[in-house]
Design a protein around this ligand. Sequence first.
Ligand SMILES: [Fe+2]
Length: 145
Amino acid sequence: MKTFLCKVCGHIEFNAAPDKCPVCGVTKENFIEQPDIIKKPGSTTLGEPEKKHIPTIIVVRKCGLIPEGCVDVHVKVGEIEHPMQKEHYIMNIDFYLDKKYIAHVALAPESVHPAAALHLKANSGTLTAVERCNLHGYWMAETSL
Ligand SMILES: [Fe+2]
């Protein structure tokens, strides 16, 4: 699987560069292939940096907002909550279904927790969450719906 980065806004796409960046709107030429941009745990024993950056995904089958068929997905960064200070914070949490981009949640420091939620119409497939830390880059997690 290939990973592409938008040089303008930092958006990540999988498999192929899109004709237009879905976040900032620039053309395909602004995407570069970056195979190692998303950090992965160095071993199966997670240290504190991993515990603070790897997203935790919780799939909630029941939705209180859209009761007629909705799969809620909650994402928190990370197992140890990541800081949300001006100098060090989670800039965004993006969601992908079967590696296709579906949502971008931008976060500002200080007032919010490093977390996001989505209300999915899909009830099967692989859900990927990618978070971007302003100091430590991109981290991801995946789960099956
Ligand atoms: Fe960080």
